[in-house]
Design a binder for this molecule. Structure first.
Ligand code: BGC
Length: 511
């Protein structure tokens, strides 16, 4: 097998020498459970392709493949001033973005607000009220005393929403641990706009977008090879550009078959029917105990929200089964608390460069009040590697599936999210898996593979929920101006009171 570039020196060797036999056996069992070999990666990718196709068809499948009504890539010459709102899992971010006339440039000012934990399981009025309050604060702070035209807003709502229109979206279901009553199955825009209206906030929603679509568009603004936008974070998902002729479920609209439309895959739902993913008993528990059992099967095996929980479930199980005497005689009550470990805990275990895993030892003492022995530390480290590696390798199946489906031999893939940006080795493990799935022999330059020449390169994305949301708002206003109002519910309302309505060409997306 051709190596993926120069071999990195392992940070530590690890030692199995003084391991009790039962512990060695247990590590082997875990390796079998969590390892996804090349053959399986390829089988998953093939099944993924057929599920992506099914999602686009009129009959539909379990991957939603939501058309976003973002019709095509930016040229780099979009212009105007836009607001962007990102309602993510931990923070709420508000930005004002100015797209100047220079190609691919932007200026951005932003404020972050904490997303109170209790809001995620509270009621819908409180949620929209809080979001509108943050927007109001932002505008008051940055535009004190100014008489403002209505500012067009790109709203990044990173949950599965069916979008009959770009300025509306019906939430299919909450993901990532959100559980707010009375929002699922409903259009999220009217209550959001009502909350703005109530407060007299001068904003007009132009586009409701997904974080993956924002990532795709923002990255394509500066890189014409960009084909896919991905998020590997608390949740995981991807968006790519499809031609309308391939979207069976839009056939009734008689769109130009060559016109492009971004598809928000919502691939977290891949294999909800459990046909192909190698689920372990621990994955089964995660699903069963989640607010939405039976949904987001793929996401629950790879996304940041679940990595720490998987790790915790295995350790609790090993303690309780007793055969490896894991943490024998110790009080594991802190470890028993569901979702008490996040992906950053696992990252810290994987980052421990000490031969004797001293950092991991201290981490367990400090965070969990557990003092692991040396063989236990070895198992802990191996388990973290297995969970982190499986996440990266399964993620690569989704990327490979889109590339194979679209016939892309080469592509740039813009990625964002805490797991992609912070989890150790995620990128190199993902690249290794892509190499295995796509049978790469050499880099784009015909030389041995190395970062920067992978045929399909997953790279850090531009700011999707800021610049991406602004660009999608600009692209939308521009096509309204050109008379293309397909997939827009209320284009007159969208313009009303904005600069664009007054014929300000700069606010329409320039050239
Ligand atoms: C959501 C997607 C989102 C992804 C990444 C998933 O849980 O369903 O809409 O793109 O997380 O944030």
């Amino acid at each position: 097998m051709v190596g993926l570039g120069p071999k990195r020196k392992p940070s530590r060797k690890g030692s199995m020498a003084d391991m009790p036999g039962s512990m060695v056996e247990e590590i082997k069992r875990l390796e079998q459970l969590f390892t996804v070999d090349t053959k399986k990666l390829k089988a998953i990718t093939e099944h993924f392709i057929s599920e992506l196709d099914k999602g686009l068809s009129k009959e539909g499948g379990s991957i939603p493949m939501n058309p976003t009504w973002c019709m095509g890539f930016p040229t780099g010459y979009e212009t105007g001033t836009f607001l962007a709102l990102d309602m993510g899992g931990t923070n709420l971010r508000v930005c004002e973005i100015n797209l100047p006339e220079e190609k691919g440039e932007f200026d951005i000012i932003q404020s972050k607000y904490r997303m109170p934990e209790e809001l995620k399981t509270g009621n819908a009025d409180e949620l929209w009220g809080y979001v509108a309050d943050c927007l109001q604060q932002f505008i008051e702070y940055h535009h004190e005393g100014e008489k403002l035209d209505k500012l067009p807003l790109g709203f990044t709502f990173s949950y599965p929403a069916t979008q009959e229109y770009i300025d509306h979206g019906v939430l299919q279901r909450w993901t990532k641990g959100f559980d707010i009553d009375g929002v699922e199955g409903k259009d999220v825009v009217p209550p959001f706009e009502a909350a703005l209206e109530e407060r007299g906030v001068p904003i007009k929603l132009t586009a409701l977008i997904n974080d993956t679509t924002g990532t795709l568009i923002a990255s394509a603004y500066t890189d014409s090879e960009m084909k896919i936008g991905c998020i590997f974070g608390t949740g995981c998902n991807a968006a790519y550009m499809e031609t309308c002729g391939n979207v069976g479920k839009l056939a009734h609209m008689n769109l130009d078959p060559d016109a492009e439309i971004a598809i928000n895959c919502e691939w977290g739902a891949f294999d909800n029917e459990h046909k192909i993913l190698p689920r372990t008993p621990y994955d089964v528990i995660i699903d069963k105990d989640s607010p939405r059992p039976g949904q987001q099967a793929f996401e629950k095996m790879i996304a940041g929200l679940y990595l720490g929980e998987l790790f915790r479930l295995v350790l609790v199980d090993l303690h309780e089964q007793g055969h490896v005497k894991m943490f024998e005689g110790q009080d594991i009550s802190a470890l028993k608390k569901p979702y008490s470990l996040d992906a950053s805990f696992l990252s810290q275990v994987e980052e421990d460069a000490f031969e004797n895993l001293a950092q991991t030892h201290d981490l367990f003492e400090k965070e969990l009040n557990i003092t692991p022995k040396r063989p236990e530390l070895e198992l802990i480290r191996r388990l973290a590697e297995l969970i982190g590696t499986r996440s990266a390798r399964l993620s690569a199946c989704g990327v490979a599936a889109i590339c194979k489906k679209k016939g892309y031999k080469t592509a740039h893939v813009g990625a964002d999210g805490s797991v992609f940006n912070k989890y150790p080795h995620f990128k190199v493990r993902g690249a290794q898996a892509l190499k295995e799935i796509l049978d790469w022999e050499s880099g784009r330059d015909g030389k041995p593979l190395k970062e920067g020449t992978y045929p399909v390169e997953i790279m850090p994305a531009e700011d999707g929920s800021g610049v991406g949301a602004a660009l999608i708002a600009a692209l939308t206003l521009k096509r309204v101006q050109e008379g293309n109002t397909v997939g827009i519910k209320d284009w007159e309302g969208m313009l009303k009171g904005t600069k664009a309505a007054k014929g300000d060409n700069k606010q329409f997306g320039g050239k």
